[in-house]
Design a protein around this ligand. Structure first.
Ligand SMILES: NC(=O)c1ccc[n+]([C@@H]2O[C@H](COP(=O)([O-])OP(=O)(O)OC[C@H]3O[C@@H](n4cnc5c(N)ncnc54)[C@H](OP(=O)(O)O)[C@@H]3O)[C@@H](O)[C@H]2O)c1
Length: 330
């Protein structure tokens, strides 16, 4: 009999897909040139959407979700990877159009993998995951526009979430003065422990600005909220400064005017982690491993099992999950 493994399988359902932990066979896996034993996956906002069947992200069922995975190569037709190699995968629409990391085995393309960063375990790599990788890309984008630690206050919205928590920690490690915005005042101590200098209530920035330009407050921003919060940030960025737009936890619409762009020369920088080119991907991972030691990650990580995923998928969409959540597969 062929080898079986456990996976969270989504079947088409109405109004949302039905999730069940099932035993699958290796032959059930999609095509790919590397077979990976998955040790850990992670939970991102997008995983929450996929578990709930939102955003039309999954077209074909049955489906194994999980946009991130970390594990060990079992078989490889890709000369860059050998059995025993520890690897990490984020993006490339794995967990959306290709079966993902919520399974003890995954078959993927070697092109999608990066070697597990030196110094990280599989669990720690998934504590970073797509969220932390995106936070690193956002910081790099702001630095590419000239941002430096002693420039002034930098804003992080959705700060208690995955992207937000890791952005706060990374910026603090780099010596930036961070203002964290949260809708959950009970997370104030947590955010200060991550390195936030100031914690602001979400309400202060949640409304669309009543004028195109407000007082200049921030030398940069990492935004995972979008919507009116992003419109507010645009009106309050200091002259010539940039916001890295990462997410839409507060909504995908953006209603603004061009005036902050024309009169203050500000920049709206788009951040995409999914199709990020390989050289930038590897550079971001190696910088993450340097800046965020395992102990930093443990402080913001919750561990769950495959069985817990449907519940946590609902919670992340309601903004009830703090920091990063890793999914244990072994
Ligand atoms: N561009 C990319 O490649 C990329 C990659 C990763 C993630 N993302 C996007 O980035 C966003 C964050 O992802 P994540 O995995 O970090 O999710 P997450 O852990 O759920 O974090 C989102 C945070 O936003 C805040 N929030 C939630 N609902 C809100 C609302 N209605 N209005 C205002 N703030 C709200 C909450 O923080 P507080 O409670 O502290 O306010 C929440 O913890 C998502 O939209 C995700 O799709 C994009």
């Amino acid at each position: 009999m062929s080898e079986t493994f456990k996976a969270l399988l989504l079947e088409q359902g109405s109004p949302q897909p039905e999730a069940q932990v099932r035993d699958l066979a290796i032959e059930d896996l999609p095509a790919g040139d590397v077979l990976v034993q998955v040790h850990y996956s992670g939970l991102n906002y997008k995983d929450g959407m996929i578990l709930q069947g939102l955003g039309n992200l999954v077209r074909d069922y049955p489906h194994v979700p999980g946009i991130d995975l970390a594990g060990t190569v079992l078989e490889s037709e890709d000369p860059r990877y050998q059995p025993g190699d520890p690897v990490v995968l984020t993006g490339y629409r794995v967990g959306e159009t290709h079966w993902g990391g919520y399974a003890q085995r995954a078959r993927v393309q070697g092109d999608w993998l990066v070697p597990q960063p030196e110094g990280y375990s599989a669990r720690q790599a998934m504590a970073v995951g797509t969220a932390g990788f995106t936070a690193m890309l956002a910081i790099q984008a702001l630095e590419d526009r000239g941002l430096q630690p002693d420039d002034g206050e930098i804003l992080v919205t959705g700060a208690s979430g995955g992207v937000g928590s890791i952005a706060v920690r990374l910026l603090a490690r780099l010596g930036y003065r961070v203002t964290a915005v949260t809708g959950r005042s009970e997370n104030t101590d947590y955010l200060q422990a991550l390195g936030a200098h100031t914690v602001l209530p979400r309400d202060e920035l949640a409304a669309a600005p009543d004028k195109p330009l407000l007082r200049e407050r921030w030398v940069g921003c990492i935004d995972s909220v979008g919507g009116d919060t992003l419109a507010h940030v645009l009106a309050t960025l200091a002259y010539g400064r940039s916001v890295a737009a990462c997410g839409l936890a507060g909504g995908p619409q953006l209603q603004t005017t061009v005036l902050p762009f024309l009169l203050r020369g500000i920049n709206l920088l788009g951040i995409d982690s999914v199709m990020c080119p390989a050289p930038r991907r590897r550079a971001a991972w190696s910088r993450l491993a340097q800046l965020l030691p395992g102990a930093d990650l443990d402080a913001l990580t919750t561990e769950i099992s495959l069985d817990d995923l449907p519940h946590y998928g609902e919670r992340i969409l309601k903004g009830q999950v703090r920091g990063r959540t890793v999914v244990r597969l072994d």
